[in-house]
Ligand binder design. Structure first.
Ligand code: CMC
Length: 429
């Protein structure tokens, strides 16, 4: 007999099934709770709610573990590359060499965007935030690629998935080039995914451009680390948008909009701005005190996580990558890194942070690395969106392919006025 949990509601005893996953906590299936009791559950912020079954990513926040399709993030980041990670996300297994070569080829052949997109860009102000451009342009892909918007057709779903993985770097680089008034650089198919992206960002038509392999490897690793993170806010947004049958380009645009917020993907931009504001290591103690002050809304950006109550495993890899990049580039005394190291040391020893289990998250270090490569802070969240697109797509596809899938439709606890009579405008005081 399968396990159940019994809850008491008034005089009623209600049995609810308990479901068990491969690893991780069991869940109480409350799907029939309303039918049996007339009550809903209440969980703002979904802190106790599993919204779906998934085979893609597993996090143990207490132990600091992150697995993609069962593989530890440390091993993938060390030995794999980003397109292999995309393959793993989409198909559930690591590719054979032949499958990898075929996948790389297919993604590479979708990197160009419809030429009309160039004109689409001209409508934006030059100082538009690149995330604003990304929300619009990715949504606009559904107007350019009608032939891959039928979600009931698995071939179209796959083409849409490949198109998004392939075109995100092109659009992201175009958003950057537009903001600095330089001509767009077309993709070059003999380069790998990440080198191609760096070239589209930093090459200019008037001179040869050689991709720095240190940057390419570090950025590829950053992409791997950001590829998926189970049911976070933007992924849940993509799933919710997709649950209504919306086309995949529109769903990913919704995910990008959600990611933009400073409590989510925007934290890497916010973390770097904070390090710049702190300026020198001797100011660190003052900012730590601000973060602890209940009457001050200031938070240490890049610290804390809803799920990790231990060191974020991505932060460990990112910290190592940051040091590697800076030392290989001969940047020894980066003031921001000094502030970051000092901040990390003080915060990790401080009772407030220890008690609340606030550890540095991935965004704490990624910004320093991206800045060293020459990316402006406004591009940081765009790079996160580029990488997370693969996770969003895999999660979206998993949902569409689930036969029990239905539209996401939470309920509420209504606390507004009780029923009352409408008063015509002429009779209102
Ligand atoms: N600095 C100072 N205090 C903090 C911080 C911080 N960065 N984060 C949480 N706290 C405190 C918070 O004030 C609260 O204290 P109290 O219990 O006394 O009211 C307690 O810790 C719990 O915080 P919470 O906001 O209830 O926790 P949450 O799980 O809702 O929030 C978070 C998680 C990531 C939004 C939050 O830690 C935060 O705002 N961090 C800074 C922003 C950031 O770095 N975000 C990136 C997240 S990782 C990237 C991603 O996955 O998108």
């Amino acid at each position: 007999m399968s396990a159940t949990s019994t809850i008491s509601v008034g005089d009623n005893q209600v049995d609810l099934p308990i479901k068990t996953g491969t690893i991780g906590p069991d869940v109480i299936d409350i799907g029939k709770l309303h039918a049996k009791t007339g009550m809903f559950t209440f969980d703002p912020g979904f802190t106790s709610t599993a919204s779906c079954e998934s085979k893609i990513t597993y996090i143990d926040g207490d132990a600091g573990v992150l697995l993609y399709r069962g593989y530890p993030i440390e091993q993938i980041a060390e030995q794999g590359d980003f397109l292999e990670t995309c393959y793993l996300m989409l198909f559930g297994e690591l590719p054979t060499p032949a499958q990898k070569a075929d996948f790389d080829y297919r993604v590479t052949r979708h990197t160009m965007v419809h030429d009309q997109m160039n004109r689409f860009f001209q409508g934006f102000r030059r100082d538009a935030h690149p995330m604003a451009i990304m929300v619009a342009c990715v949504g606009a892909l559904s107007a350019f690629y009608h032939d891959s918007t039928d979600i009931s057709d698995d071939k179209q779903r796959m083409i849409a998935s490949l198109r998004m993985i392939a075109k995100m770097p092109t659009l992201a680089a175009m958003a950057y080039k537009y903001s600095i008034g330089q001509p767009f650089v077309y993709p070059k198919n003999d380069l790998d995914y990440t080198s191609n992206f760096l070239r589209m960002c930093f090459a200019v038509p008037c001179e040869e451009f050689v991709v720095n392999p240190i940057y390419a490897r570090a950025l590829d690793r950053i992409f791997i680390l950001h590829a998926d993170h189970e049911q976070n806010a933007s992924t849940s947004t993509v799933r919710l948008a997709g649950s209504s049958g919306a086309n995949p380009f529109a769903c990913i645009a919704a995910g990008i909009a959600c990611l933009w917020g400073p409590a989510h993907g925007g934290a890497n931009e916010a973390a770097l701005k904070m390090l710049e504001e702190i300026g020198t290591p001797d100011n660190v103690a003052k900012y730590v005190a601000k973060a602890k002050d209940k009457n001050d809304p200031f938070r240490l950006m890049g610290f804390g996580h809803r799920v990790y109550k231990n060191y974020d495993p991505r932060a460990r890899i990112m910290q190592k990558t940051t040091h590697e990049v800076l030392s290989q580039l001969g940047i020894k005394d980066d003031p921001l890194l000094e502030v970051a190291v000092q901040l990390e040391q003080i915060a990790l020893k401080d009772e407030y942070f220890i008690e609340k289990k606030l550890y540095p998250n991935i965004d704490f270090y990624s910004g320093i690395t991206l800045k060293a490569m020459g990316f402006p802070t406004s591009m940081f969240t765009v790079l996160f969106a580029l990488a997370r697109t693969t996770g969003w797509i895999a999660q979206w596809a998993e949902m569409i392919e689930d036969p029990s899938q239905k539209i996401g439709r939470p309920r509420q606890l209504y606390i507004g006025p009780d029923k009352r009579e409408y008063v015509p405008i002429g009779q209102r005081g």
